[in-house]
Design a binder for this molecule. Structure first.
Ligand code: HEC
Length: 191
C-alpha cells in the first residue's frame, strides 16, 4: 500500500488533535469512586467537643484519691499522718523530688534562696520554727493545695512522693537544727 502525502498529513493532524485534547483536560473533579470503603472519615479536630470521649457522669478515674481537706489546712495537719517510714530509699526519692520541684524556689536547704529569687518573690524559710513545729500533714497540705502564691503541686507529685518530700524536708531541718543526740554522734566521729 502506498502512503501518500495526504495520508501522512491526515495522521499528523489526528495525532496533534489527540495530544492537544489530552493536554487540555482539566482535572477539576476527582474521579468517580464507586467503592470508597473507609478511605474518607469525617475530619474532627482533636479537642473539639464531640470528638473527645467524656467520662460517664458521676464516675471517677480508677486511681482517684479524694482529698477532703481542700479548705481546711488545720484539719489536714491534725488528721493526716505520714504513711511512710523514712527509709534510705524513701529519703533518696524525697531528695530527688525536692531538688527537681522545690529547690528552684526554696533553695537546697529550704532557706528560701532558690535560683528564681529575686525574680520570684522570696519564699519563707522551711527552717523556721513555724514549719519545724508543723505536723507532717501541714507540709503535705501545702504541696497538695499550694499556699497563696505558691501553686499546687498535686498534678506533678503523686501522693506517696509528697510524703517522701515531707520526710526529706525533716532531714533538711535536722541538718540545720541537730538534736543533742546528733551532736554527740558528730563529736564522737570527729575524735
Ligand atoms: C514557684 C516557687 C515555689 C515552689 C516550686 C515551691 N514553693 Fe513552697 N512556697 C513558695 C512561696 C512563695 C511560699 C509562700 C507562700 C505564702 O505567701 O504563703 C511557699 C510556702 C511554702 C510552705 C509554707 C511555709 C510557711 O512558712 O508558710 C511550705 C511548707 C512549702 N512552701 C513547701 C514547698 C515544697 C515541699 C515544695 C516542693 C514540692 C515547694 N514548696 C515548692 C514558693 C514555692
Amino acid at each position: 500500500m502506498q502512503v501518500t502525502f495526504r495520508d501522512s498529513f491526515a495522521q499528523l493532524v489526528l495525532l496533534l488533535g489527540i495530544s492537544l485534547g489530552v493536554a487540555g483536560c482539566k482535572h477539576e473533579k476527582p474521579n468517580y469512586i464507586y467503592m470508597p470503603d473507609m478511605v474518607y472519615s469525617p475530619a474532627l479536630k482533636a479537642q473539639k467537643e464531640g470528638s473527645m470521649r467524656m467520662p460517664v457522669q458521676g464516675t471517677v478515674p480508677r486511681d482517684f484519691v479524694p482529698y477532703p481537706y481542700k479548705n481546711d489546712p488545720d484539719a489536714a495537719g491534725r488528721e493526716l499522718k505520714n504513711p511512710l517510714r523514712p527509709t534510705q530509699a524513701v529519703l533518696e526519692r524525697g531528695q530527688q523530688v525536692f531538688n527537681i520541684t522545690c529547690r528552684a524556689c526554696h533553695g537546697s536547704l529550704g532557706l528560701g534562696d532558690g535560683t528564681v529569687v529575686p525574680r520570684y518573690p522570696r519564699p519563707p524559710s522551711l527552717q523556721s520554727d513555724k514549719v519545724r513545729n508543723w505536723p507532717d500533714g501541714s507540709i503535705y497540705h501545702v504541696i497538695t493545695m499550694g499556699q497563696n502564691i505558691m501553686p499546687s503541686y498535686a498534678s506533678q507529685i503523686a501522693p506517696a512522693d509528697r510524703w517522701k518530700v515531707v520526710h526529706y524536708v525533716r532531714v533538711l531541718q535536722r541538718s540545720q537544727h541537730p538534736t543533742a543526740e546528733d551532736l554527740k554522734i558528730l563529736n564522737q566521729e570527729s575524735k
